[in-house]
Write a protein that binds this ligand. Structure first.
Ligand SMILES: Cc1ncc(COP(=O)(O)O)c(C=O)c1O
Length: 277
């Protein structure tokens, strides 16, 4: 990639992270839909067809030695491309495509049981009016710095609020509470990424008879919830068992999160089996 690529210079790119599971890209359509939607928010024409993107992923996965027996992390990046050294992208003719295939780094069973600690960091999630978090772009400094600040506070992850003080999301995951058997997650207009895993969870909960609601959450709602968990494509569903050094719920994987997690893992297995059949 050229040093004059606007993805490198300005974070002017869109990307997706897929969970490669049994040789299938889980929720492939949802990820490709979101890639296009992210690009539209950046006035960017992706230029590559979906078929070309998927073929490039398969070729790269094969070259990287990815096997259906082992899960992989697949990162697909489309940058604005190489052009004049300046912010104006109108003279940038062609997008660049970068694919990274790496070991999946899925959480170990003990991490799933023990859960994560999170810190409510002071750094706010980017405002919708500045750069809508619904766009998954190469501009991730907001999240990079929030994660670092959580780590400085001794926590595994950060939860970011918006300017109104409402809960948004973690640095690379959506957040949920369970209270009296009901699931609540912040609405998209809190300023969050519409997670592909979030979409699946909301659907699965309906199948499981769990009432769901996309409603504003305040920090206290997390602290007083029965259970809190995070979701993202490769890591799946992970419980949050401490917030700012205070235990949440029973302090380990709770029954509601376990149930949703098992349904989520089973749905991915079924999707991979159906796609490869
Ligand atoms: C900021 C943010 N929120 C949420 C998510 C979860 O999205 P998905 O479930 O599509 O992986 C991610 C994933 O990387 C993210 O970066």
């Amino acid at each position: 990639m050229s040093v004059l690529d606007h993805g490198f210079l300005f974070g002017d790119s869109v990307y997706e992270v897929f969970w490669w599971h049994h040789g299938a890209l889980i929720q492939e359509k949802e990820h490709l839909d979101r890639l296009e939607a992210s690009a539209q928010r950046l006035y960017m024409d992706v230029q590559f067809t979906r078929e070309a993107l998927v073929e490039a992923v398969q070729t790269t996965a094969a070259a990287a030695g990815a096997s259906p027996d082992e899960d992989a992390y697949v990162r697909l990046i489309v940058t604005r491309g190489t052009g004049p050294l300046g912010l104006d992208f109108r003279q940038v003719p062609r997008r660049s495509l970068i694919i990274v295939v790496a070991p999946a780094n899925r959480p170990a069973a003990e991490v799933v049981e023990r859960g994560l600690s999170v810190a409510m960091v002071d750094r706010l999630r980017m405002s919708i009016k500045a750069l809508d978090p619904r766009a998954k772009t190469g501009n991730y400094l907001n999240n990079v710095l929030a994660l670092h600040e959580a780590r400085l506070a001794g926590a595994d992850e950060a939860i970011m609020l918006n300017a109104a003080g409402d809960v948004t999301e973690a640095t690379t995951a959506n957040v949920y509470t369970l209270r009296a058997g009901r699931l609540v997650t912040p609405p998209l207009d809190a300023g969050i990424l519409e997670g592909t895993t979030r979409m699946r969870i909301l659907g699965l909960c309906k199948d499981l008879g769990i009432e769901v609601s996309e409603t504003t959450l305040r920090p206290d709602d997390l602290l007083s919830a029965d259970e809190v968990f995070l979701s993202s494509s490769v890591k799946g569903i992970l419980p949050v068992t401490a917030i700012d050094d205070r235990p949440v719920g029973q302090g380990s994987l709770g029954p509601g999160t376990r149930r949703i997690r098992e349904a989520f893992e089973a749905a991915a297995d079924a999707e991979a089996a159906a796609r490869l059949a």
